[in-house]
Design a protein around this ligand. Sequence first.
Ligand SMILES: NC(=O)c1ccc[n+]([C@@H]2O[C@H](COP(=O)([O-])OP(=O)(O)OC[C@H]3O[C@@H](n4cnc5c(N)ncnc54)[C@H](OP(=O)(O)O)[C@@H]3O)[C@@H](O)[C@H]2O)c1
Length: 256
Amino acid sequence: MAAIFNPLDLTGKTILVTGASSGIGRDTCVVLSQLGAKVVLTGRDRNRLEETLALMQQADHSISPHDVTNHSETSQWMSDIVSRTGPLFGLVHLAGISHTEAIRFLDMDKLEEVLDLNLKSAFSLVKAFRQKNIRSMPEARVVLTSSVSGIRGYPGMAAYAASKGGIIAITRPLALELAKENIRLNCVTPGFVHTEMTIEMQTLLPAKELEAAKQAYPLGLGTPRDISLPICFLLSPASAWMTGQSIVIDGGLTMK
Ligand SMILES: NC(=O)c1ccc[n+]([C@@H]2O[C@H](COP(=O)([O-])OP(=O)(O)OC[C@H]3O[C@@H](n4cnc5c(N)ncnc54)[C@H](OP(=O)(O)O)[C@@H]3O)[C@@H](O)[C@H]2O)c1
């Protein structure tokens, strides 16, 4: 019988996923395992990473906790991973925090914290990943994570918008630089997805506002799977001619 053609196949590819302990990152690890990838799961909380691991297929994955805001340690941490797993084919950067606060209350330390985790970490991770002894040859892939908050105005979301709009802005120049090294780099730009990150928002918003937010989405609110599958597409051969793109995945929110 002929082998089944699967353009999303990632068999044997080693892929590092940040934010693997929760939400979109957790589901991305599950789908990657179903596509045959060898996943390195990272986050700060080992127990929650173990919970993700328990949901995954096959056994050839590993856990490597790291706080991605420890920028000066990121390169050594990645190098230690590679000494155990071999070169990395992919980097998926999903670790992040949301923050909602009116500008009059926002203090500069909080702004710094949001930018450090959501934006600056993308620099330290990509800088470490692109090194010849870290990523696989002849090709490799990176997927970063933005948000519709980076392309639309929401009151109180300036800090988060700066960090996520920044991801879209850096996607193009980084992709141009990395194309020379045969590394494709894209970002996903999700709308509202049901995860731990949005639980608080859902409990804080008055029922009427929450209903209005839901109504703004022609296809309804998203699930982690709505984002993890496009991430896997961006890692796979099916997107071979794509780089420097921000892929909006938002149930139709921003088409209006
Ligand atoms: N959910 C949405 O509606 C939505 C919409 C647009 C964009 N996004 C973006 O999608 C990404 C994933 O969101 P999510 O909803 O899946 O979030 P989530 O469920 O809250 O998960 C956040 C992840 O980030 C990790 N993390 C937080 N701080 C970290 C640090 N300093 N170092 C390392 N890891 C850290 C957490 O792990 P530990 O706590 O174990 O470290 C956790 O795995 C984020 O970048 C978010 O901004 C989400």
